[in-house]
Design a protein around this ligand. Structure first.
Ligand SMILES: Nc1ncnc2c1ncn2[C@@H]1O[C@H](COP(=O)(O)OP(=O)(O)OP(=O)(O)O)[C@@H](O)[C@H]1O
Ligand SMILES: [Mg+2]
Length: 142
C-alpha cells in the first residue's frame, strides 16, 4: 500500500497493480509540456507509476528505469490530450545539475507535444524551478 498525493490530493494505492487511480487523477489535469515530479524514497513506486501511465496511454514497449541512461522517451501510438511523447528521467545519479544540461530536456519539451516524468526531482530542483507553472507534483509515501 502507498499513500500518494497528486497536487496535494490524497489517493491510496492498495498494491502495485492499482496505480490506475493515480493515472486517472493525473490525466484530469495533464497538458502537453507539463513536468511531473515524482517524489518518494527508494522503492516507493515512482517507476511503477510511470509504467502504469505508459500502459494506460497505449505504449506497449516495456518501460525500464532509466537509472543508468538517465533518460528514455516513448512515442504514444495515438495522441492523448495532445500529448505525443513521454520522456522519463531518473535524476538519482545526478550530483551536479550541470550534468543534466547535456540531456537537452528544455529542447525536448519545446515542441509542446511531450510530457516529462522526473524521478528524484530534488536532485535537479534548480532546473525544475524554471518550469514552476508547468509542474505537477506527485508525492509517494511508503
Ligand atoms: N501501491 C503499491 N503497494 C505496494 N507495493 C508497491 C506498490 N507500487 C509499487 N510497489 C512495489 O514497490 C517496489 C518499488 O517500485 P519502483 O521501482 O517503482 O520504485 P521507485 O520509486 O522507482 O524506486 P527508485 O527510487 O529505486 O527508482 C516494486 O517492488 C513494486 O512492486
Ligand atoms: Mg525508479
Amino acid at each position: 500500500m502507498r499513500t500518494v498525493f497528486v497536487q496535494g490530493k490524497k489517493i491510496i494505492v492498495q498494491d502495485e497493480k492499482s496505480w490506475g487511480v493515480v493515472v486517472k487523477e493525473v490525466k484530469k489535469i495533464l497538458l502537453p509540456g507539463m513536468i511531473l515530479t515524482l517524489q518518494g524514497p527508494l522503492g516507493a513506486g515512482k517507476t511503477t507509476f510511470v509504467q502504469a501511465f505508459a500502459k494506460d496511454v497505449g505504449i506497449e514497449k516495456n518501460i525500464v528505469s532509466p537509472t543508468f541512461s538517465l533518460m528514455r522517451s516513448y512515442i504514444l501510438p495515438k495522441r492523448v490530450k495532445g500529448i505525443k511523447r513521454i520522456i522519463h528521467v531518473d535524476a538519482y545519479r545526478i550530483e551536479n545539475e550541470k550534468d543534466m544540461l547535456a540531456l537537452d530536456l528544455s529542447e525536448e519539451l519545446a515542441d509542446n507535444m511531450s510530457i516529462l516524468f522526473i524521478e528524484w526531482p530534488e536532485n535537479i530542483s534548480r532546473w525544475v524551478s524554471q518550469y514552476a507553472g508547468l509542474v505537477l507534483c506527485i508525492e509517494i509515501m511508503l
